[in-house]
Design a protein. Structure first.
Lengths: 160, 74
């Protein structure tokens, strides 16, 4: 498996865990973003995760932004999550394997598609996630005050 | 709900749909688990949700077993 193939598999595995904990039937771009930022301390190093943190987007900031986006989108329909606070949350199934959702699939396709050479680099996956113009991730980043175009430029600078 | 403004921006309206679906999925998992822990059977849960017994069984059985919920057959 190539370097990127190995990196992508690691990210997808981690995103799958995130999706499961999230009680989501599918792995989405938001889970991939959390996987990318979690990849900070590996031997190979990880520019994508470091760029996110240097932009103020560490794990907790991303989770807070995603949570805010969810609440804001519900509020737009007159619904708040707290209405259901009395209902005990479902127990996640540790064996459930969520399949790849549409937003994650698009992120991977865009990331691989944005590589100019034959071999994509880890940063291309993050670029693919960040290139989405609509959906949960760009809305969450906007709510967090992140300049997505600037972030994309910073990630692109790390390409070798 | 009457004082809620319907989102005029398509992006907001679509995001609301996506968030409501996600919330509905989370609520379904939680509510089915709560009902089964309270001793409900599959037919009653299915009828209450307005879906077939097969559909609710297929979607929730493995998770509830893994969660240690005692399941009634009826």
């Amino acid at each position: 498996m190539t370097g990127f193939g190995k990196y992508l598999k690691t990210m997808l595995d981690r995103a799958t865990v995130e999706a499961r904990l999230d009680g989501s039937a599918t792995v989405e771009a938001r889970h991939l973003l959390l996987a990318v930022v979690a990849d900070q301390g590996s031997d190979q190093g990880s520019d994508p995760g470091r760029v996110l943190v240097s932009a103020g987007l560490d794990d907790s900031a991303i989770r807070a932004a995603l949570s805010r986006e969810f609440e804001a989108s519900l509020n737009a329909a007159g619904v708040t999550r707290s209405v259901f606070d009395g209902l005990p949350p479902a127990t996640p199934d540790p064996k459930h394997v969520p399949h790849l959702g549409a937003s994650a699939r698009l992120a991977v396709e865009r990331g691989v598609g944005s590589a100019s050479g034959p071999a994509p680099q880890p940063a291309h996956l993050l670029l693919g996630i960040l290139q989405a113009e609509v959906g949960t991730v760009p809305r969450a980043l906007a709510l967090a005050g992140v300049d997505r175009a600037d972030l994309i430029a910073r990630v692109a600078q790390t390409l070798k | 709900m009457s004082d809620v403004t319907v989102p005029q921006d398509p992006a907001n309206a679509l995001a609301a749909v996506a968030a409501l679906r996600r919330l509905a999925d989370q609520l379904e998992d939680a509510a089915v688990e709560q009902a089964m822990r309270a001793g409900w059977g599959w037919p009653a849960v299915a009828e209450a949700l307005g879906v077939t017994r097969q559909a609710v069984h297929k979607k929730h059985f493995k998770r509830l077993v893994a969660a240690g919920v005692t399941l009634r057959r009826r």
